[in-house]
Write a protein that binds this ligand. Structure first.
Ligand code: RP5
Length: 174
């Protein structure tokens, strides 16, 4: 478990297994890059369900503003967390089985009405977007964070334009 000072974190990232960490690290890194305090932990919906409930309750007490939840296979963790809080829950389906993550995607996105989970795409891209989506939510009440997002989008766009120019030069050379 990676912990900033207990009372400081704004986002709790939970994953169902340590085997999800390589993917979920992408969400953690985005939040770190934006200077958003984050706590990351492993806890399973099925194998440590009581511990998961305790972590959710503690996060609410600690002042977390949202959750990012990664799980693979019959991915219930995001729904289980959402059932226990009215804070927003962002789910990341993990490609952890022979079904290529489609199992986790459907488990995450097909929540019954009344208890929503905002599902991202499967895998690392989904985890990165989960981090960015959390930043966007937090930025709605934070001008400094909003400015950072604007700068991030500008830098991202510049990379595409630079890559386009580089390609054009290479093609000119033949
Ligand atoms: C899910 O089962 C976890 O989120 C993980 O993606 C998958 C496999 O878990 P391990 O067998 O690697 O612990 O609950």
């Amino acid at each position: 478990m990676t912990v900033k000072k207990k009372s400081e974190y704004k986002v709790l990232i939970l994953m169902g297994s340590a085997s999800d960490a390589g993917i979920m690290r992408a969400a953690y890194d985005v939040l770190n890059d934006f200077g958003v305090p984050v706590k990351m932990a492993v806890s399973s919906a099925h194998r440590t369900h009581e511990r998961t409930a305790r972590l959710v309750k503690q996060a609410v007490k600690d002042g977390a503003k949202c959750f990012i939840i990664g799980a693979g296979m019959a991915a219930h963790l995001a729904g289980v967390v959402a059932a226990q809080t009215t804070l927003p829950v962002i789910g990341v389906p993990i490609d952890a089985s022979t079904l290529g993550g489609l199992d986790a995607l459907l488990s995450t996105v097909q929540m019954p009405p009344g208890v929503p989970v905002a599902s991202m795409g499967i895998g690392k891209a989904g985890a990165r977007n989960a981090g960015l989506f959390a930043v966007e939510m937090l930025a709605s009440g934070d001008d400094k964070l909003q400015n950072k997002l604007v700068e991030f989008r500008k830098a991202q766009a510049k990379k595409v334009v630079d890559a386009d120019r580089k390609l054009a030069k290479e093609l000119e050379k033949g």
